[in-house]
Design a protein around this ligand. Structure first.
Ligand code: SF4
Length: 65
């Protein structure tokens, strides 16, 4: 199963937690907001951890239909 990563930049406060727990999927860009480096992952892995860690609830990881 693939999972789609979504990021709501409006909500992101640029704390960097997602990039810290899951650097292969997220990074904080020059604008101080998180960026998604890969839009899909095959396993929840650290993307799920990032979703749970984000204090702004800006990340969602959902099964792809
Ligand atoms: S953890 Fe959430 S608020 Fe923090 S940089 Fe990542 S997306 Fe933005």
């Amino acid at each position: 199963m693939n999972y789609k990563i979504k990021l709501d930049k409006e909500k992101c406060i640029g704390c960097g937690s997602c990039a810290a727990v899951c650097p292969e999927v997220f990074k904080v860009g020059d604008d101080g907001k998180a960026e998604v480096l890969v839009e899909k992952v095959e396993k929840l892995g650290c993307a799920k951890t990032a979703e749970e860690t984000c204090p702004a609830e800006a990340i969602s990881v959902e099964p792809e239909k």
